[in-house]
Write a protein that binds this ligand. Structure first.
Ligand code: FES
Ligand code: MG
Length: 592
């Protein structure tokens, strides 16, 4: 049996003074020496739920069942707060805070007497932030999803959180509904505790956390209020105690094979375009090679099986009832697309866990041979405007396909004049101005919205057409930008362009009216101007000090801007990735 690191605090014969001090304070609320000194693993519960994060708030309730599981298995629970990250209320963007929560959790996991940890994942960035920290410290860790909200309904129709807003906005722009109905329609999509019930970044990252082996099998998709969710919390608490005793660490579970499985599953579920950012970041903190190109190489040809909004019609409850992640993995396994030897937290392989977990409802999760869409993974694009960007092909609508991708001479390519916006405020002010002359051939560009420019990389690249085009039945124009897009958006945008304008990318020199050609077949996006003209504009911009970005408003904005990598590289803090498996490579921190 492994020596528990908490002994260095609570039972260290070489420094009884400090052991006495560490003990006296942790005894002060009624813990006993028997609990702290008889070899019981001390298990952290990294609590991400709070009033500031309504998506994860139910973890406050679930933690009670986690504690009971930990106690049942012979451990002692220490619950502590994680820096809140709430996707839809943190300004300027929750993307700013992923790395901050990561840093905070690294310090906690490393600097306190913890033998293992339960990561209470859920709302978008809470999942990668906590997995990244557990990976860096590399103590035994298990994730517990809070689960999606119940399905939203309005007038007998499913309304998906984060997705209905786009439709409601269009309806209001078209004059079909007023403000009161607009709010009512949007609010109907969030009827209970839990995270977004659509296939947004939360459902994506929670599904992938299970595929990576970091959650108990079958647990990702259980809705938050469901009894099985609380039962899973209990089992998760029980299991982490054994993991601590077995010394089963993130580095033993997450390997390159696990990540390739996650890429395959991401295509099959119609996962968020935020997934590459977060998985590349996680892999880099583990020291595993994973590039943006891997997403196209291993993911592009995988069909879309999960019929969830925004790519499909159903929501989280349906996903769970249809079999959830186990059914998807089982279906992909039958085609030899899953690396079955990949490890998981329960001590068994992916192959062992999901061998007998067939699809229950074939409309919600489609069989591999009758998918919703073939080749549903990302296309990775490059060209003279950026080194890489991704396009989520599973959300390309029939209307979009017909208008842009159906020219018999040039089926996968189109070109048009650029309309360039410098940030979302610029777009909101000007989009409906008829003087801009935006028509169905226009390509909308958004810049100044990356990790440095925004800062934190905003989810703003998906732009709606002007109201006068929507009234004519044109619901989507091609959008390209250096920011991100909400996973709940159904827009086939080209996003995460790296490097961003503010980091020297050529989106900075693009001008409204330039013609731009997009070719999905060759994976290229090019502005059709000469290299000399690009160099001339570049020199002119550089002479002015480069593409401007707003002043830092907080210390963290300045600190992160000084060291953050680009979206294509996971937007990690560059100095942080050299710290790997620190519980093993750096020993223990010095005594207090
Ligand atoms: Fe929290 Fe969507 S806003 S999960
Ligand atoms: Mg989001």
């Amino acid at each position: 049996m492994t020596k528990l690191r908490s002994r260095a605090w609570f039972d260290n014969p070489d420094n009884i003074d400090m052991t006495a001090l560490y003990l006296e304070r942790h005894l002060n609320h009624g813990l006993t020496r028997e609990e702290l000194q008889s070899g019981k693993p001390i298990i952290g519960i990294a609590q991400s739920g709070s009033d500031l994060n309504p998506c994860n708030r139910h973890h406050i309730v679930l933690a009670q069942r986690v504690r009971e599981g930990i106690r049942e298995a012979g451990g002692v629970a220490f619950e502590f707060p994680v820096h809140p990250i709430h996707e839809n209320s943190k300004r300027p963007t929750a993307g700013l805070d992923r790395n901050l929560a990561y840093l905070g959790l690294v310090e906690v996991l490393y600097g306190y007497p913890l033998d293992g940890v339960v990561l209470t994942i859920g709302c978008d960035k809470t999942t990668p932030a906590m997995l990244m920290a557990a990976a860096t410290v590399n103590i035994p860790a298990i994730a517990l999803s809070v689960g999606p909200m119940l399905n939203g309904w309005f007038n007998g129709q499913r309304t998906g959180s984060g997705t209905i807003i786009w439709k409601a906005r269009e309806m209001m722009a078209a004059g079909e509904i007023g403000y009161e109905q607009f709010i009512e329609l949007v609010a109907s999509s969030a009827p209970s505790v839990g995270y977004c019930n659509t296939m947004g970044t939360a459902t994506t990252m929670n599904s992938l956390a299970e595929v990576l082996g970091m959650q108990l099998p079958g647990s990702a998709a259980i809705p938050a209020p469901h009894k099985d969710r609380a039962a899973t919390a209990y089992r998760t608490g029980k299991r982490i105690v054994d993991m601590a005793l077995e010394d089963l660490k993130p580095s033993n579970i997450m390997t390159r094979d696990s990540f390739l499985n996650a890429i395959v599953v991401n295509s099959a579920i119609g996962g968020s375009s935020n997934a590459p950012i977060h998985l590349i970041a996680l892999a880099r903190h583990l020291g595993i090679e994973l590039s943006i190109e891997d997403w196209q190489t291993h993911g592009h040809e995988i069909p879309l099986l999960v019929n969830l909004q925004p790519a499909g019609e159903y929501l989280g409850e349906d996903y769970h009832r249809a079999g959830g992640v186990p059914a998807v993995v089982n279906e992909l396994m039958k085609k030899g697309l899953i690396r079955e030897d990949a490890a998981t937290v329960n001590g068994q392989t992916i192959g062992e866990n999901y061998r007998n977990t067939p699809i229950v409802d074939h409309d919600v999760i489609r069989p591999f041979d009758t998918p919703l869409q073939s080749e549903a993974g990302f296309i990775v694009l490059k060209g003279n405007l950026f080194d890489n960007a991704v396009m989520k092909t599973s959300v390309i609508s029939e209307e979009f396909r017909t208008r842009y991708l159906s020219n018999p001479d040039d089926p996968d390519a189109f070109e048009g004049p650029a309309m360039v916006f410098d940030g979302p405020e610029d777009y909101h002010h000007r989009i409906d101005d008829p003087a801009l002359g935006i028509d169905e051939t226009t390509l909308l560009f958004m810049r100044g919205t990356g990790p440095i420019g925004f800062p934190g990389a905003a989810e703003v690249v998906n732009m709606r057409p002007p109201a006068y085009l929507i009234k004519k039945g044109i619901h989507a124009l091609p959008c390209i930008g250096d920011g991100r897009q909400s996973g709940t958006s159904g827009s086939p945008s080209i996003l995460n362009a790296s490097p961003e304008a503010a980091a020297g990318g050529n989106l900075a020199i693009l001008q409204t009216g330039d013609r731009v050609r997009i070719d999905l077949n060759t994976g290229t996006v090019n502005v059709l101007i000469s290299e000399e003209e690009i160099a001339r504009r570049r020199a002119e911009l550089d002479a002015q000090g480069g593409y401007p970005y707003p002043d830092h408003q907080t210390p963290w904005q300045e600190i992160q801007r000084s060291m953050v990598d680009q979206l294509g590289n996971g937007a990690v803090l560059k100095p942080a990735v050299k710290y790997q498996r620190i519980a093993q490579t750096k020993g223990l921190p010095r005594d207090n």
